[in-house]
Design a protein. Structure first.
Lengths: 347, 284
């Protein structure tokens, strides 16, 4: 994908130069297309259509949001992260602790957790500015491991390996209580995901978003035309951390439990796999990938419960070996017009 | 105190042998292979099966473990890895994570998820005293074997015809091919040898670091630390990094157990922030 992008950017800038002013070009890029509207309508429609699958749908919405946050740094800024679960976990624990110690209103908790995860993201973002892909890989992985170890050791605060118990979440906005069927949870998670998606969409279609893509393609060249790389990377990394933290907070609030599992390496790998399935760099990849991933996981672990991880690895290997782009293009060909309208730019 | 230091050195040596193959594939060939631990695990399990089921002596198992892992590595290189050399780092990461997951599940299915243990022969147990310092015989054994391996590797890489072919192939694949160096073959042999070393390390280390199906994931970071901290341009860097890591880890666990693995991770982050290209590397 990386190889085709420079050409695409060139085409875009040419297109912007000739018929459209830059501002008009950006406006045209960000116009809503009908499949996008359809996608969100059906997502909200499922509230009524599949009333007994809301728990699963809730998980999909959360995973989708998490993958979306990874997409922001992977698909738009080109940072390969093996430890994105760090921020998910920080958000999850923050939400759990807030709910346990008084602030039981979910929306407040959600915003605060996002902010806390964002702070962690801001602090760690300075570590990924230097070095190669490999260094960044190690740093992100290292940060996630340190946080995992912290959560494990500080058992007076986090409950350690037993998980954080006694998380009681109040009604949303003091009006809507969580129910056992997960309807409130799904509506809550989906609404949050939708609002955050709107924000992300606005951001990636802004001049800032375009400059990120330029950075991803060629950092040196981008720097010479006056795009300051470091500030932008810090900004997007922090934003992605906020998103991931909110996804984690959603998980805590809807399940009323936090365990060490939120910081697992497997969670970071899950998010990567979701993006591989859905494709990265057009925002919907995370959401579509999350749907496919959860459905696959459901069927595969129903067949072989203990060895689901094998199939996950198998899918990754096959996908990469055949070529992510090629395979996905073949699979997506019937839906190509649809995907293009969603804003995917693969040829 | 010196005993702890020596344990650390032994552990570091072990880590070096485990990670030496990775130092070549990742460091020299610039291929991000997160599945390196899987080959080490294969060697460890080969030893366990050979010893417990077929009753072979420990010493005979070591070369067999090496061969087993090397054969696995060769097969994997020819069938799978070969196609990944030219891909982006993201692809390589995803691919090798996939392999790790498969290896974990397959081992779990074949061998069960419990810890495996290796029974050492009597002459390797116990410890000898040098004045005040007690040294475990097995630890000494590991240091000797791994030290020899490190010397041998350095010699092969620096002095032999194969070593220079490998270095040429790594520097510029196309030119090396043009000069008549069988690049594919050189890479395959190197990869197999590296996997074999990992297998040997796994066999040696089963007694010290334990062996269960999550081994590749648990030690992935350790291997990566050895290579990235050591720098990716020679073998001495990784060796020193492995020793440093081993000593720091063992000392940390003995002296300040409540800190756990923090020391290692914090050290790694600090080194990577100050010198992203590794401690002992020449700047590129």
């Amino acid at each position: 994908m990386a190889k085709t992008l420079p050409a695409a950017v060139v085409v875009e800038t040419q297109a912007a130069a000739e018929p459209l002013s830059p501002a008009a070009f950006l406006v045209a890029k960000s116009a809503w297309r009908w499949p996008e509207i359809l996608f969100w309508l059906s997502a909200f429609g499922l509230i009524l259509l599949l009333p007994n699958r809301h728990l699963l749908l809730n998980e999909i919405a959360i995973l989708g949001l998490f993958a979306l946050s990874l997409d922001l740094i992977l698909g738009y800024a080109g940072i390969v992260s093996l430890g994105h679960a760090a921020f998910f976990g920080v958000g999850a624990y923050a939400a759990g602790l807030l709910a346990k110690h008084g602030i039981s209103e979910p929306v407040t908790g959600l915003v605060l957790s996002g902010a806390i995860a964002g702070c962690v993201g801001l602090l760690t973002s300075f570590m990924i500015l230097r070095g190669t892909d490999l260094t960044r890989l190690m740093v992100t992985l290292g940060v996630a491991l340190i946080l995992h170890e912290l959560a494990n050791r500080l058992d007076w605060l986090t409950g350690g390996a037993d998980g954080l118990l006694g998380v009681s979440v109040g009604p949303i906005l003091r009006r809507f209580d969580f129910d056992f069927a997960g309807t409130t949870a799904y509506v809550y998670s989906l609404t949050t995901a939708f609002l955050l998606f709107l924000l992300a969409r606005r951001i990636v279609h802004s001049p800032f978003g375009l400059s990120l893509k330029a950075l991803k393609d060629n950092r040196l060249r981008a720097a010479t035309i006056g795009i300051a790389p470091n500030r932008r990377i810090v900004a997007i990394y922090t934003l992605a951390a906020v998103y991931a933290g909110m996804a984690g907070a959603l998980l805590t609030q809807t399940t009323q439990f936090v365990s060490l599992e939120v910081l697992d390496f497997a969670r970071s790998a899950d998010a990567l796999l979701v993006l591989v399935i859905g494709g990265s760099g057009y925002l919907y990849g995370g959401l579509i990938g999350a749907i496919a991933f959860k459905l696959m996981k459901d069927t595969l672990s129903a067949m072989t419960p203990a060895y689901w991880i094998f199939w996950m690895g198998f899918i990754l290997v096959i996908l990469v070996l055949i070529g992510r782009d090629r395979l996905m293009a073949a699979l997506a060909r019937p839906f190509a017009p649809l995907l293009r309208r969603l804003g995917a730019r693969r040829s | 105190m010196l005993t702890i230091l020596f344990d650390g050195v032994a552990y570091g040596m072990l880590l070096f042998v485990l990670a030496a193959g990775l130092a070549v594939t990742l460091g020299l060939m610039n291929f991000v292979n997160l599945a390196h631990g899987a080959f080490a695990m294969a060697g460890g399990y080969a030893t366990v099966v050979l010893m417990n089921r077929f009753g072979l002596p420990f010493l005979a198992c070591l070369p067999l473990a090496f061969l087993f892992s090397a054969a696995l590595g060769l097969a994997a290189e020819r069938l799978l890895y070969r196609h990944m050399y030219e891909r982006s780092h993201l692809d390589q990461v995803l691919f090798s994570i996939g392999l790790v997951f498969m290896a974990i599940a397959a081992t779990d299915w074949l061998m069960g998820s419990q810890q495996q243990s290796v029974r050492l022969p009597a002459w390797l147990q116990g410890r000898i005293m040098f004045g005040e310092v007690g040294i475990g015989i097995y630890r000494l054994f590991i240091v000797v074997i791994c030290g020899l391996m490190a010397l041998g590797l350095q010699w092969v890489l620096a002095k032999t015809r194969f070593g220079s072919q490998l270095r040429a192939a790594v520097d510029d694949r196309r030119v090396a091919r043009g000069l008549g160096i069988p690049v594919g073959k050189v890479f395959a042999i190197t990869f197999a040898f590296g996997s074999g070393l990992a297998g040997l390390g796994g066999a040696l280390g089963a007694e010290i670091v334990g062996l269960d199906p999550t081994f590749p994931l648990k030690f992935m970071l350790y291997f990566l630390i050895v290579v990235t901290v050591g720098g990716t341009s020679s073998l001495t860097g990784p060796l020193l990094a492995a020793l440093l890591l081993g000593v720091a880890d063992v000392m940390g666990k003995y002296l300040v157990p409540q800190l756990g693995a923090f020391i290692i991770y914090a050290m790694m982050l600090a080194v990577l922030m100050i010198r992203p290209q590794g401690l002992f590397a020449r700047g590129r």
